[in-house]
Design a protein around this ligand. Structure first.
Ligand code: EZ4
Ligand code: CO
Length: 402
């Protein structure tokens, strides 16, 4: 099964996506998501200029060897651009393998360990009342788990709060927008939101929250304690995670479960977090953590330490990554939950897919491989436009994590 062609497709149906399409001599093709929000063209170039020339002619079935070839063979290892490019190749090869034996991917990963993939939606609003109304809408749609984010009083714009009824999309065209941050106002308002949510909707729904890397360990410890009465499913990214040992401090103070890792790109980013049982959920996903091959290794390590998966699934991960995440989530034993932000209508049309949502669960479908396609002619109608995620500053102008 010789690889005869590989091309990178960059498109912008509502937001930018980079997709790799790998073709074999038999005429089979596989897709891999290569989207790195705000740095898309670097991955496209890394693939086109450096990896694809070495990929042509390789046997598409040697997935592990190909992964090692591009990881160890680069000499310069790890990093988001490298690992996203390797992930795209890896995902495309798993897609081809599934198509070649006419099986949905999850069957090649050990089969279904559950009937569906529990997912969480995103409820947000400028005020707690708006967020609670949005939570009510999600419950009506059948969601069993919902992330709550609300505006921080006094700040013009807050992470995670959608604009009007639009799908939440933080990247903006042009140069990076600037946001502001006030830790004290946030620490006062966040627990209030969850108090109100429990008072209004009770205890049957799983509630989640994303701190988005804004706190220090001791601040995160305080927030975790303040949230304890409301029994969150998780508190996500409480601090930036370059300093893995920093999580010890949070852990010492609170039983609120901790999730981290959407920006991690290898197992080495979470090795200490997992082995010291400093977290409960690992958020790394197929597209940014080296593909299905590498994510399976992360999950296997996590399984030994009672850590479950909780893959990132924002709209900047294309339906190709979502399909891959669902096959992974259906099969892996220590699955926890899957993030699910619905893509725009334009994106859904450009990427026809077999996965579907029902009663709070996602299922990857039964099509061979990933079950996700790319309509190239339609994609060509939505050209790439440069866009950036915001940068964030404290009220005195100091640059802060966004
Ligand atoms: O801000 O994917 O949990 N989800 C998130 C996302 C991230 C974006 C960044 O590209 O934190 O909304
Ligand atoms: Co997040």
């Amino acid at each position: 099964m010789k690889i005869t062609d590989a091309k990178v497709i960059v498109c912008g149906p509502g937001r930018n996506f980079v997709t790799l399409k790998v073709t074999t001599e038999e005429g089979l093709y596989g897709l891999g998501d290569a989207t790195l929000n705000g740095r898309e063209l670097s991955v496209a170039s890394y693939l086109k200029d450096h990896l694809i020339p070495c990929l042509i002619g390789r046997d598409a079935r040697n997935i592990e060897d190909t992964w090692q070839y591009f990881y160890k063979g680069a000499y310069w290892r790890r990093g988001p651009v490298t690992m996203t490019a390797i992930a795209a190749i890896d995902t495309a090869l798993w897609d081809i393998l599934g198509k070649s034996v006419n099986r949905p991917l999850y069957q090649l990963l050990g089969g279904a360990s559950r009937e569906g993939v529990l997912c969480y939606g995103h409820a947000s609003g400028e005020t707690a009342e708006e967020t609670l109304a949005a939570l009510g809408d999600y419950l009506k749609q059948g969601y069993k788990a919902v992330r709550l984010q609300s505006g921080v009083p006094g700040l013009p714009k807050t992470y995670g709060v959608g604009r009007g009824k639009d799908h939440y999309e933080p990247a903006e065209k042009g140069l990076p927008p600037e946001a502001t941050w006030n830790t004290e106002a946030y620490l006062r308002s966040a627990p209030e939101l969850f108090k109100k949510a429990r008072e209004k909707y009770g205890w049957d729904v799983h509630l989640l929250h994303d701190v988005h890397h804004r706190l220090t360990p001791i601040e995160a410890a305080r927030l975790g304690k303040d949230l304890e009465p409301y029994r969150l499913f998780w508190m996500e990214d409480p601090v930036p995670a370059e300093l893995q040992e920093g999580f010890r401090l949070i852990r010492r103070h609170t039983t609120t479960p901790i999730a981290v890792g959407e920006v991690f790109n290898t197992i080495f980013d979470c090795q200490q977090l997992i082995q010291e049982q400093l977290i409960d959920y690992i958020r790394s996903t197929v597209v940014h953590a080296g593909g299905i091959t590498h994510l399976r290794k992360i999950a296997s390590l996590a399984e030994m330490y009672h850590v479950r998966t909780g893959c990132h699934g924002a709209t900047d991960l294309s339906p190709v990554a979502m399909g891959a995440a669902l096959h992974f989530g259906l099969s892996v034993h220590n699955f926890g939950i899957q993030e699910y932000m619905r893509h725009s209508k334009e994106t859904e049309k450009v990427f026809p897919h077999a996965y579907s949502f029902k009663d709070g669960y996602l299922h990857p479908g039964e099509k061979p491989g990933l079950g996700v396609d790319l309509d190239e002619a339609l994609a060509a109608k939505y050209p790439y436009e440069r866009a950036y995620l915001p940068v964030n500053r404290k009220l005195d102008g100091t640059l802060h994590s966004w």
